[in-house]
Design a protein around this ligand. Structure first.
Ligand code: DAH
Length: 343
């Protein structure tokens, strides 16, 4: 026991005096003292020769010795310069990392999320539908039978394989799918992409995005429609914005209206954007036509509802003062990088 304690003290002194300054020498140190056939292990192996009554005290000495050796090795590693401390060839962990450039959201996504957020606060849930629709959900159930002239308002891409299939021309088809589920009341907004066979210009594209809204319950009135949309506009464009409703026509609503807001660019005095009128149209709306409710299996004597639909591109153009619709789908990073997330 006595001699072992001496051995340990000598060994500690030796470790302290050794100052390996390369990774190779540090590794030699580790093998000599902490390796499986190293000094620490072999001294520990002496434990079996220590008399039983001294085992406890010696155990403590040994333990402390082992901790000392490990700490010394740790200190040696830390004293090597970062480049030397390579950690077995895995690379220099002290070098700065390769930065990942964060992207930014697409302006259409930003505006869509904003619209969704506002309606969610009013208790609307999100409903989504497929972009490939059938004639019933896109047209017929919405009170547009085969020969109805209103079908011409929306030039349609039909699918050659099956004349009953088409790329939805509006998100109103999602209304129909939700109504057919038969669970009432319904309070949903439906964001999504829609397609129209149009000549591409600064104001029209063959696809764009819409958000549809639908609220059906007992005693829903036009006053509820106005109040809901008024709240939306104020949240979206600020408290000073004015609204007006103009009578309009949609086959699936009666009465129908288009909602205008006071022009954000000129404040109402007249400019190119509002075509000198001071007003800009932002959405179509109305009370769901009783014939639509009936077609979708809802009792139109008991329930009433309102619906609305707006183009996201249109709102984004007003919000960001973008003059050409094509910019949203050209993927020009110089354009897209200007939208950082703040609306
Ligand atoms: N679906 C119409 C369109 O694409 C927009 C619309 C108007 C939707 C009135 C509605 C509505 O739900 O009530 O032009």
């Amino acid at each position: 026991m006595e001699s072992l304690v001496q051995q340990i003290a000598a060994c500690k002194a030796e470790m302290e005096a050794t100052t390996p300054d390369t990774p190779e020498l540090a590794e030699q140190f580790r093998i000599r003292y902490l390796g499986t056939k190293g000094v620490v292990k072999s001294i520990m192996g002496e434990m079996k020769n220590v008399p039983a009554d001294q085992k406890r005290a010696f155990g403590q000495v040994l333990n402390e010795f082992k901790i000392f050796a490990e700490a010394r090795y740790e200190a040696i590693l830390n004293s090597l310069t970062p480049a030397q401390n390579e950690d077995h060839g895995l690379g220099d962990f002290s070098l700065p990392g390769t930065p990942i450039t964060p992207g930014s959201r697409h302006p259409i996504s930003l505006v869509r999320n904003n619209i969704i957020g506002i309606f969610q606060r009013l208790g609307f849930a999100i409903a989504e539908g497929a972009e490939l629709e059938d004639d019933w959900h896109n047209f017929t159930a919405l009170n547009m039978p085969g020969d109805h002239p209103a079908r011409d308002m929306q030039d349609t891409f039909y699918i050659a394989q099956n004349p009953d299939w088409l790329l939805r021309t509006h998100t109103s088809s999602v209304q129909v799918r939700e109504m057919e589920k038969g669970k009432l009341p319904i309070r949903i907004i439906c964001p999504g992409r829609v397609y129209r066979n149009e000549t591409i210009s600064a104001r029209a594209h063959c696809f764009f995005h819409q958000v549809e809204g639908l609220y059906i319950a007992e005693n829903v009135s036009f006053a509820d429609l106005k109040q809901t949309l008024y709240f939306f506009v104020q949240e979206m464009f600020g408290k000073t914005v004015k609204v007006r409703f103009r009578p309009s026509y949609f086959p699936f609503t009666e009465p129908s209206a288009e909602m205008d807001i006071s022009c954000l660019i000129c404040g109402g005095s007249g400019c190119n954007v509002c075509k000198q009128t001071g007003w800009v149209e932002i959405l179509g709306c109305g009370m769901v036509h009783p014939a639509v409710l009936d077609k979708c299996g809802i009792d139109s004597n008991k329930y009433t509802g309102f619906a609305f639909g707006m183009g996201i591109e249109r709102i984004a153009m007003l919000r960001y003062q973008v003059k050409d619709l094509r910019l949203f789908s050209e993927n020009d990073l110089r354009f897209l990088r200007q939208f950082t997330g703040a609306l």
